[in-house]
Design a protein around this ligand. Structure first.
Ligand SMILES: Nc1ncnc2c1ncn2[C@@H]1O[C@H](COP(=O)(O)OP(=O)(O)O)[C@@H](O)[C@H]1O
Ligand SMILES: [Mg+2]
Length: 221
């Protein structure tokens, strides 16, 4: 990642200029939604379809498989501080964003399974006991210096019970996989979808084919 440091320092302002100034820059597609909404499944199929259409594509996910991503997984299990866990997610994204930016600048489309929206939706719930309604604003502030702005953010919208029945096959529910918690996260996602113009809401309770086609229908022609 050393060779990406200069691009990270350059920040989001030059990114937006680059996106409009050059048709060579790739498109950045993000999939968001609660656990079990279908993000991993649909985003991989979406990336496959883009690749089949001849686009150079990178599929990627958060938390990443890199060294900070490993610490995020550890924090999910071991962290006593909600802030420590949050800051690790954000550190992982800072490193990841430099990589994503390099791919986009190289003309590759990037399909990402979870990005900033996940921190805004989940951590504004976990930090609410500490920061109250200001949690969202603080989370936006600490992401802002480096975060990239997706061309499209697909919000796979589904009720938590249906989502949980899908992931119950995965075995014991993880920390976040609790219906009452996910209901609050889903409400935050709904708010983000109103406030952020990159969001496209998709009914993820439908059959997989329909969900995929709904996402593909938003590709630029
Ligand atoms: N539209 C769908 N209808 C039925 N099952 C689905 C659908 N989308 C995904 N699934 C299944 O639900 C489970 C959770 O999907 P996954 O992609 O892992 O969700 P997420 O990454 O959002 O947690 C998987 O077993 C997947 O095959
Ligand atoms: Mg997943």
């Amino acid at each position: 990642m050393d060779d990406n440091r200069d691009t990270l320092v350059a920040g989001p302002i030059s990114m937006s200029i680059a996106l409009t100034a050059s048709s060579q820059v790739g498109k950045f597609y993000v999939f968001e939604g609660i656990d079990g909404s279908g993000k991993s499944t649909v985003s991989k199929l979406f990336a496959e379809r883009l690749a089949k259409s001849g686009r150079p594509v990178e599929w990627t996910a958060e938390p990443t498989s890199g060294w900070i991503g490993e610490q995020v997984r550890r924090a999910n299990k071991e962290a006593r501080s909600d802030f420590a866990e949050t800051l690790l997610y954000v550190a992982d994204r800072a490193e990841h964003s430099a990589q994503i930016r390099a791919w986009l600048d190289d003309g590759r489309d990037v399909v990402c399974d979870r990005y900033e929206g996940s921190t805004l939706a989940y951590q504004s719930v976990t930090l609410r006991p500490h920061l109250g309604p200001k949690a969202l604003e603080w989370l936006r502030t600490i992401n802002a210096p480096f975060v990239l702005h997706p061309d499209v953010t697909f919000l796979l919208r589904i009720d938590p019970e249906t989502a949980m029945s899908r992931v119950s096959k995965r075995g014991e529910a993880e920390k976040f996989e609790k219906v009452s918690f996910l209901r609050k996260v889903a409400a935050m996602y709904d708010r983000l979808a109103v406030e952020d113009l990159s969001y496209v809401v998709i009914d993820a309770s439908k059959d997989l084919d329909e969900v995929l086609e709904a996402a593909l229908s938003h590709l630029p022609r």
